[in-house]
Design a protein around this ligand. Structure first.
Ligand code: SF4
Ligand code: SF4
Length: 726
C-alpha cells in the first residue's frame, strides 16, 4: 500500500518521484485527451445540463432519507432471502464480512472491483483472518500482486506500462511472456483467475446503486469477472456505501445512463447486472445462493446531514474529476488521493481517513474548476476542497505563516498597498526593465524548482496612482462602467488597464475607478482564510457601488469569477441580498464587453493578421462560461486566431499554488507552452493577468519565446488612428 504523506516535505518527495516517471505522464496525458473526445461523443444529442441537474436533485432527495431508504431496502431484500447489514464503521464492516466467510466455512474468497472495500481495507483484514483473497478485475489483480492501492477509481492500474505488467506476470506465473503482447498477458491472467472462480467459496462485490423499492443492487462492469464473482461461489457479499441507496429503479437508471458515458466515454458498460434477493446457485445443496448486502456508514449518515458537505455523497464514482484534473494528469492517483482519487478523493479522504492523510494532499488543487465542469452530479468540488483545507487548518490549530501574513495585509488596504509600493521601490536595482522581470537576487532565495519561470517585476507606478491623470468625463456615454482592476493589473501590469481606458474612450464608454477597491479576496479564499476573504469582499462591495453602473468590468478572469460566484456564497447573510444580486448581474469580462455589449465592428481596426494563439483562463471559460467572445475578438481586431490543442487546460498558475507546488506548476505550464510554440504563432494572448504572468514567465525561459499579451493590449494596438483618443 502506498502511504499518503502527512506533511508537505514528504509529499514533495512523492510528487517528484511521480513527475520523474515519464510513462505515467504520457499515459495519463494521452488518456486525458482521448477521454474528452469520447465523453463529448457519448453525450452527443443529450441535454446534459438538464440531466446533471435532475440527477443531482434526485441524489440530494435520497440523501435526506437514507435511514428510511435503508429500512425499505432491508424489508424488500430480506423478504427475498437476502441478509442485510448496516456497518457503522470500517472495522464493523470488515468483521461482518469476515464472520460471514467463517460461518460458511469459506477459505478462498474472490472479489470484483469495489472502492468501498478498498476504503475499509477489507483485503488486509480478511488475509489477517486467514482467508485467501483473489482480486478478479484485471486491474485490481495487478495492483493486488504489486501490493498497491488503485491509482484511479475506474482504471486501478492506469499508472502501469505493459512492460511492467508483463514483468510482473512473468514473476507470478513463471511463463516467458513477450512484454509487448498485451493479448497474451490477458490470456495468462484469465487462465490464472479461472481456477480462482471455480474453487472460491465466496464472492465479494461492490454495487453502483441500491434500489430501496425492490431490494435490488445494480453493478456496472466491463469485465465478466463481476458476474462470475457474484454467481459462481455459493456465497455472495456485496459491500455498499449507504449513500448508494436510491428510492426507485427510475433513479437507478438515471445513474446507469450517465455513469459509463462520464467515466470512460462508453455509451454503456459491457455488463449491467441487477441482483434481487437470493438467486439460484447449483453450488449449494439447497440450490440457493447465500446472499448478504453490507451497507457501510463510516460517517456517511452524519455527512448526509452536513449543509456544506452533503453534496459530496452525490458522487457516483465515475472518476471523471480525476480524468480532467491537470494535477492528476501529471502525478497520478497515488499522489492525488489516499484511497479515493482526484478531486473527490481530496474531500472524502478527510471524512473517511482523517486529517493526517488529508493535510498535504488537500493543498494540491489549482482551483481550475475542470473537475466541477464534468461532475455529472454537479458537486462543487473546488469549493469543497477549500472547505476541507479550512477544516484541516482548524484541526491543526496552527496556521501557516503565509496565511497569517495574507490575513494581516489583505484586511488593511492601506497597509497592503503601501507594502506593494515599498516592494516596487526596493526591487528597482534588480529589475530587467526591457523584459519587466526580476533579474537575479530572488532566484538565490527561491528553491531551484521555482526557476521554471521569470519573476515579473512590480510596476514602477501602479494603475491607481496613474488614474488621477487619466480620469475623463464623457457627456453622453453609451455605457457607464466601474472598473474592478485587481491586484495583478494594478501593481504588476497597469499597461493592460491603460489599453482598456484607451478602448473605452474610443468607444464612448465612461469608466470610473473607485480607489477604495482592494484585492478581490480570492488568494485568501484559496488559502482557506475565509474571514479575510469576507472582509475584503465587503470592502469591495462598498467601493464598487454597482447600483450606479451598467457594468462592473474587469480584465482579470479570476477576479471576475470570484466576484460573480464567490461573493454571493461568501457574503450571503452579511450584506443586503440586493447588493450581491446587482454585482452578480453586472460583472463582465473584457472580451464579452467588447463583443457582446459594444458589438464592435472589425472596420475600426487595422488588419494585421498576426497569428494569435489563445489561452482560455479557467475562471473565464469554466467559471464564467465565456468561450466564444475572446476568440471572436482576436479575429475582429484584425489578428488571426490560431487554435492550439488544450487551450482550456489550466496554465498551472493558481496564484500561490505555483509557489507551493512549483514542480507540478512547471510541468503543466511547459506542456501548454509546447503546444503554443508548435503552432508557430506570432503572439499568445489571454484574458487574465495571472495567466499572463505565468505564461510569459515560462516563455522567457525558453529559446525564441513567443510574446504573451493580455487580449486588451492587442485589441487596443490595432485601433485605427481615426478611432484613437487624443
Ligand atoms: S465527484 Fe463527480 S466527477 Fe468525481 S467521481 Fe464523483 S461523480 Fe464522478
Ligand atoms: S479544481 Fe482543478 S486542480 Fe483542483 S481538483 Fe479540480 S481539476 Fe484538479
Amino acid at each position: 500500500m502506498i502511504e499518503t504523506p502527512h506533511d508537505l516535505s514528504a509529499y514533495h518527495v512523492q510528487i517528484q518521484q511521480a513527475l520523474n516517471n515519464p510513462f505515467l505522464r504520457t499515459a495519463l496525458g494521452n488518456f486525458a485527451s482521448a477521454y474528452k473526445i469520447s465523453r463529448q461523443k457519448a453525450f452527443e444529442g443529450m441535454d446534459l445540463q438538464r440531466k446533471r441537474a435532475e440527477l443531482a436533485s434526485a441524489k440530494d432527495e435520497a440523501l435526506k432519507h437514507l435511514p428510511e431508504l435503508f429500512e425499505r431496502f432491508r424489508q424488500q431484500a430480506q423478504a427475498k432471502g437476502t441478509h442485510v447489514h448496516l456497518a457503522h464503521t470500517a472495522a464493523d464492516a470488515c468483521r461482518i464480512v469476515s464472520d460471514i466467510a467463517r460461518e460458511n466455512a469459506v477459505r478462498h474468497i474472490i472479489k470484483s472491483k469495489s472502492m468501498t472495500a478498498e476504503e475499509i481495507h477489507l483485503n488486509d483484514r480478511l488475509e489477517a483472518d486467514g482467508f485467501l483473497v483473489t482480486e478478479t478485475d484485471l486491474g485490481e489483480w495487478i495492483i493486488q500482486l504489486r501490493h498497491e492501492g488503485p491509482s484511479h477509481m475506474v482504471m486501478p492500474a492506469i499508472h502501469l506500462s505493459r512492460q511492467q505488467v508483463g514483468t510482473l506476470f512473468r514473476q507470478v506465473t513463471g511463463q516467458p511472456l513477450d512484454l509487448e503482447d498485451i493479448g497474451r498477458m490477458v490470456k495468462v491472467a484469465r487462465s490464472e483467475l479461472r481456477e480462482a472462480f471455480l474453487t472460491a467459496g465466496m464472492g465479494i462485490s461492490g454495487a453502483n446503486v441500491a434500489v430501496a423499492e425492490t431490494g435490488t443492487i445494480g453493478m456496472l462492469t466491463n469485465e465478466g469477472n463481476g458476474r462470475l464473482t457474484t454467481t459462481l461461489p455459493g456465497v455472495h457479499v456485496a459491500v455498499v456505501g449507504i449513500e448508494k441507496l436510491v428510492p426507485d429503479i427510475d433513479t437507478a437508471l438515471r445513474i446507469v445512463e450517465i455513469l459509463p458515458k462520464n467515466a470512460t466515454g462508453q455509451l454503456i458498460t459491457s455488463y449491467v447486472t441487477w441482483i434481487t434477493g437470493q438467486t439460484t446457485c447449483s453450488t449449494n445443496p439447497d440450490g440457493k445462493k447465500i446472499h448478504h448486502v453490507v451497507f457501510l456508514d463510516n460517517g456517511r449518515l452524519r455527512l448526509a446531514q452536513d449543509p456544506v458537505f452533503s453534496q459530496a455523497l452525490r458522487c457516483i464514482r465515475c472518476g471523471a474529476c480525476a480524468n480532467v484534473c491537470p494535477v492528476y494528469s501529471k502525478v497520478g492517483g497515488h499522489t492525488l488521493g489516499h484511497v479515493y482519487i482526484g478531486a473527490i478523493g481530496l474531500i472524502l479522504t478527510y471524512f473517511y481517513h482523517g486529517t493526517d492523510n488529508t493535510r498535504a494532499i488537500v493543498r494540491n488543487c489549482l482551483n481550475c474548476q475542470a473537475c466541477k465542469s464534468v461532475c455529472p452530479v454537479n458537486i462543487d468540488l473546488p469549493y469543497l476542497i477549500k472547505q476541507v483545507y479550512r477544516r484541516v487548518l482548524d484541526d491543526d490549530r496552527e496556521k501557516p505563516i503565509k496565511n497569517r501574513l495574507v490575513s494581516t495585509f489583505m484586511k488593511n488596504r492601506t497597509l497592503f498597498h503601501s507594502a506593494l509600493r515599498a516592494a516596487a521601490a526596493a526591487q528597482k536595482p534588480l529589475v530587467d526593465a526591457s523584459k519587466g522581470v526580476i533579474r537575479h537576487l530572488p532566484y538565490a532565495l527561491l528553491k531551484p524548482e521555482h526557476h521554471f519561470r521569470a519573476i515579473p517585476a512590480l510596476a514602477d507606478t501602479p494603475f491607481r496612482n496613474m488614474w488621477p491623470s487619466l480620469r475623463y468625463r464623457l457627456k453622453n456615454p453609451t455605457h457607464r462602467v466601474v472598473l474592478f482592476v485587481g491586484c495583478a493589473v494594478d501593481f504588476v501590469s497597469p499597461e493592460q488597464a491603460l489599453a482598456l481606458v484607451k478602448l473605452a474612450i474610443a468607444f464612448n464608454v465612461q469608466i470610473d475607478f473607485p480607489q477604495r477597491q482592494t484585492c478581490c479576496g480570492l488568494p485568501a479564499a484559496m488559502m482557506a482564510e475565509e474571514e479575510t476573504a469576507v472582509d475584503v469582499g465587503i470592502q469591495n462591495l462598498e467601493a464598487l457601488d454597482a447600483e450606479r453602473y451598467d457594468y462592473v468590468l474587469t480584465l482579470c478572469a479570476s477576479c471576475a469569477s470570484h466576484l460573480k460566484e464567490g461573493y454571493p456564497r461568501m457574503l450571503r447573510g452579511k450584506v443586503a441580498p440586493v447588493r450581491l444580486e446587482e454585482l452578480h448581474r453586472k460583472i463582465i469580462d473584457f472580451s464579452s464587453f467588447m463583443v457582446d455589449v459594444l458589438a464592435i465592428d472589425s472596420d475600426v481596426f487595422e488588419k494585421d493578421g498576426k497569428r494569435t494563439a489563445y489561452h482560455a483562463p479557467c475562471h473565464l471559460c469554466r467559471g464564467l462560461g465565456v468561450t466564444e467572445a475572446p476568440r471572436k475578438l482576436i479575429d475582429l481586431s484584425g489578428n488571426t486566431y490560431v487554435p492550439c490543442p488544450e487551450e482550456d487546460v489550466c496554465c498551472g498558475f493558481g496564484g500561490s499554488y505555483s509557489i507551493e507546488f512549483p514542480e507540478i506548476s512547471a510541468a503543466i505550464l511547459n506542456q501548454k507552452l509546447d503546444h503554443v510554440q508548435q503552432a508557430g504563432v506570432d503572439v499568445l494572448v489571454t484574458d487574465c493577468p495571472g495567466c499572463v504572468m505565468q505564461l510569459r514567465g515560462g516563455m522567457l525561459k525558453r529559446d525564441e519565446p513567443v510574446p504573451v499579451r493580455h487580449i486588451a493590449e492587442i485589441v487596443a494596438e490595432r485601433l485605427k488612428l481615426s478611432q484613437k483618443p487624443s
